[in-house]
Design a protein around this ligand. Structure first.
Ligand code: ATP
Length: 385
């Protein structure tokens, strides 16, 4: 008699959290094998970003290749329709009549078990193995088992601690940031996503590399890294922060006359201050360029590029992050950079006020015009202050 782990999921995409969980269950419960089963249509999830079953299956196969005791089944994809676990377990029980089945799942799924279709059939065919997904919910799982599932006839174990804190959602929304996601994805899965352009994958490093010299490229990578740090700290979308950071200076090295053409083509009429300040053009032309050439439609990202030089009143969290990251990124060296970095970790507004004060002084000393957007930001900061 074999002990077989059944691990179903959307696997959109499969990540190292899934793989570590499967290996951990295999080893700690002496399972002979664990079968990964990508579902066709998950009953519990809306699938707006769901890639094809073929891609998810392929990624599972690539991920499992060479891993001891891990296999992949297309049983649910072949069956089609809504992927009910009770049906899958019934088929597997027919395939492996003498074997013991263990259904593996994360805490989020475990806590919804009674609402699954025919839970009594699930509990009859398999024991449940639940694993916490964050810090300290092992006790919650055990209590839930005692109070709810046991009465329904379930046999369940709850593992001690999370194996790896990551989700497919996180991977999908940060897929363009190789540095960040490669820790969570097997290399072959990353390559498959990149090759097929899944989840909106785009190689922004390659895109900007062709448009700028070494100095600005390194600066852009540093701003993207810094923006991700700030996004984490202030609870913003790290995926958008990365992309906006990478492309914030995308047109800066395009000749000035071409930038003016891009701006005009975008239907933007420069005001008098802008006309006299070529240093402001790249953020305006950049916002047009990323919409037109890269097909970016996210208004928040477009505005983050558009206002990263002057700022403005009423900036969104992402706009503030890109504006500040441009000042605090590694490689920046100016009088006051350390204060700016320190303030950026305390409050975004404190850092923006510091930068505004610095700029207003510098511009007025040189008798240069100050753009109304910059004054608007300053006024807003001191009036709220
Ligand atoms: P999404 O973020 O799209 O909701 P997911 O990361 O939860 O996806 P699924 O494919 O839906 O991945 O998960 C399949 C199973 O794996 C579920 O039982 C889920 O609870 C579990 N699981 C996913 N990630 C982890 C993790 N890091 N630790 C423990 N269990 C996990």
């Amino acid at each position: 008699m074999s002990r077989i782990g059944i691990f179903g999921g959307t696997f959109n995409p499969i990540h190292n959290g899934h793989l570590k969980l499967a290996a951990y269950c295999r080893d700690s419960l002496n399972l002979d094998s664990v079968i990964l089963i990508p579902d066709y249509t998950p009953p519990h999830k809306s699938g707006s970003e769901l890639v094809s079953g073929d891609d998810r299956l392929e990624m599972c196969r690539l991920a499992a290749a060479g891993l001891d005791g891990l296999t992949v089944s297309d049983i649910e994809l072949r069956r089609g329709g809504t992927s009910y676990t009770f049906e899958t377990l019934s088929s597997l029980k027919e395939l492996y009549p003498g074997d013991e089945l263990f259904l593996i799942m994360g805490a989020d799924m475990f806590l919804t078990l009674p609402s699954w279709k025919n839970p009594d059939i699930i509990f009859e065919k398999a024991s449940i193995i639940a694993v916490p997904r964050d810090g300290d919910d092992n006790r919650v799982l055990l209590d839930y088992y005692e109070e709810t599932l046991k009465n329904m006839g379930a046999r369940a174990f709850a593992l001690e601690k999370p194996v790896m804190q990551v989700s497919s959602t996180f991977v999908r929304s940060n897929i363009c940031n190789r540095e960040l996601v490669s820790e969570y994805l097997p290399g072959a899965v990353y390559d498959h996503i990149a090759k097929k352009g899944l989840y909106g994958f785009r190689d922004y490093a390659a895109i900007i590399r062709g448009l700028m010299g070494d100095y600005r490229y390194i600066h852009s990578v540093n701003v993207a890294r810094e923006a991700v740090e700030l996004a984490r700290l202030y609870g913003s979308d790290t995926g958008k922060a990365y992309i906006a950071g990478m492309i914030h200076d995308i047109t800066k090295e395009i000749p000035k006359d071409e930038q003016l053409q891009i701006i005009a083509d975008g239907g933007i009429i420069l005001d008098d201050v802008q006309k006299n300040a070529p240093k402001l053009w790249h953020s305006i032309s950049g916002s047009v360029y990323i919409r037109r050439e890269l097909g970016i439609t996210d208004e928040d990202m477009i505005n983050a590029v558009r206002y990263h030089t002057t700022g403005r009143a009423g900036m969104s969290l992402l706009e503030k992050i890109i504006y500040i990251a441009d000042f605090t990124a590694e490689g920046r060296s100016y009088n006051g950079v350390e204060i700016m970095r320190e303030r950026s970790r305390q409050s975004l507004e404190a850092a923006m006020l510091f930068s505004c004060q610095f700029f207003l002084q510098e511009l007025s000393k040189k008798e240069l015009a100050i753009h109304p957007d910059q004054l608007g930001l300053y006024n807003e900061l001191v009036m709220k202050g």
